[in-house]
Design a protein around this ligand. Structure first.
Ligand code: FAD
Length: 406
């Protein structure tokens, strides 16, 4: 494990750092900056910021040059994401599915026509994508999905329902995993369609989350016609391609999470210095001082797990089981840290909006922290993987998925 950056990587870091300093949205991070509030405001803000990144060639940093990307090395990608985190640059991403999931999957399995048609508009944000995988009865056990696509002549006719589809109500295209052979074993009867979200018969219904926001949706498909040329790869081969998508769910951006969480802990510590309990600031209160120190130690452990993950990707081209260890560790750690922040507020923790400390950012942080332990493979699934592959324990009776493993 070599933890030092090379001279070239340091020069690259300076270039990224200078670009971010010159290009952060006006007023971003300064007192009085009004963060976007509604979904529409967030969408517009994110599009503006991500277009700026795209124009400078940062959006496709991980894409090969032949597809319009920057073709950066893994270490350059790590440096880029670390610098973004260090500068506390905006994190809202409406183009995540396009850049990280759709792009790499189409590059790996799409026809030349599909590559020409779809890839350029992902990079420029002209078209947004969503991921139509999960269903009410298929999440961890994804291969059990039931949405049907029947091939009639040269057209697939799709009927069924997806759920938790992030940004579906804003998306132009969908990566749709669906069943094309109901009689085949469940992994073998799936196909992968690229579906125009503006087709007749598609109805996204936003789902309101516990935070009050509505970023994901139920999506209903009723007799939706999809031309055969929008089939990715071969018929009934969708499971293979879905694994390419899932392997990209946790791109190198997560390697900078440690810095974002450290920023967050710095904010928690700043609050601990301001807020008093029993006549002393929380930073000096024995009950909280102890837990703040533990949160700091947790973050240091996460940093080391991050180094191991990078080393594993450099050696083997993929994070392997280190990816599961890292995902389980950081998502549970974030929940502990957000809980600590909320508990530091004491009774004020039940307030919201203008009445709450820091405009309710700690309440929102706590509520949204639950999502991290579910998305891209739940904590239980990560534990199953670790128990089998690291500890060599026997498979459980209901051992289902390799599905959500990167
Ligand atoms: C913020 C967020 C965004 C998302 N965006 C998308 C999206 O854009 N597109 C999309 O397709 N999906 C999306 N998802 C859905 C996500 O992929 C699923 O929620 C996830 O795979 C879990 O599936 P599930 O919700 O059906 O839960 P289930 O799989 O039904 O699990 C329910 C519970 O049972 C446990 N469990 C299940 N199987 C096992 C087992 N074998 N052993 C032990 N415990 C088990 C789980 O850990 C969990 O606690 C998103 C989810 C979140 C939280």
């Amino acid at each position: 494990m070599d933890l030092a950056f090379s001279d070239a990587e340091l020069a690259f870091r300076d270039e990224v750092r200078a670009w971010i300093a010159d290009n952060l949205p006006d007023g971003w991070g300064r007192p009085g900056f009004r963060e976007p509030q509604t979904f529409e405001e967030k969408l517009e803000f994110a599009k503006g910021w991500e277009r700026k990144l795209a124009a400078a060639g940062w959006a496709g940093i991980s894409w090969p040059k032949e597809y319009g990307g920057r073709g950066a090395t893994l270490m350059e990608q790590v440096v880029f994401h670390q610098e973004m985190a260090r500068a506390r640059a905006p994190m809202i991403s409406v183009n995540f599915v396009g850049i990280n999931l759709a792009g790499p999957t189409i590059m790996a399995h799409g026809s030349e026509d599909q590559k020409q048609r779809y890839l350029p508009k992902i990079l420029t944000l002209e078209e947004l994508w969503c991921q139509g995988f999960s269903e009410p009865n298929a999440g961890s056990d994804l291969a059990g999905l039931q949405t049907r696509a029947e091939l009639r002549g040269n057209t697939f006719v799709v009927n069924g329902q997806k759920v938790w589809t992030s940004y579906a109500h804003a998306a132009d295209w969908c990566l749709l995993l669906c069943r094309t052979d109901p009689d085949a074993p469940k992994h073998k009867g799936l196909s992968y369609l690229l579906v125009d979200m503006h087709s007749p018969g598609i109805e996204p219904r936003p789902l309101k989350q516990i935070t009050g926001e509505a970023e994901f949706n139920e999506v209903f498909f009723t007799d939706v016609e999809v031309p055969r040329e929008q089939l990715l790869g071969g018929l009934n081969q969708g499971w293979t391609y879905a694994n390419t998508t899932l392997a990209n769910e946790r791109g190198p951006a997560f390697l900078a999470h440690q810095i974002r969480f450290r920023n967050r802990l710095e904010d928690v510590i700043a609050m601990a210095k301001r807020v008093e309990r029993d006549g002393v600031p929380l930073s000096k209160h024995p009950a909280f001082r102890d837990r703040l120190a533990k949160a700091y130690a947790d973050l240091e452990v996460m940093r080391v797990i991050g180094y191991r993950t990078v080393t594993s990707i450099l050696r083997h081209g993929r994070p392997g089981v280190e990816g599961s260890i890292a995902k389980l560790y950081w998502s549970e750690m974030v929940r502990r840290m957000e809980l600590l922040a909320l508990q530091m507020e004491g009774e004020a923790g039940i307030l919201d909006g203008d009445d709450a400390i820091d405009d309710g950012k700690w309440q929102r942080g706590f509520l949204s922290s639950f999502a991290q332990t579910i998305a891209a493979g739940t904590s239980e699934i990560q534990k199953n993987i670790i128990s089998e592959r690291v500890l060599g324990m026997p498979r459980g009776e209901r051992w289902a998925p390799k599905e959500r493993v990167s």
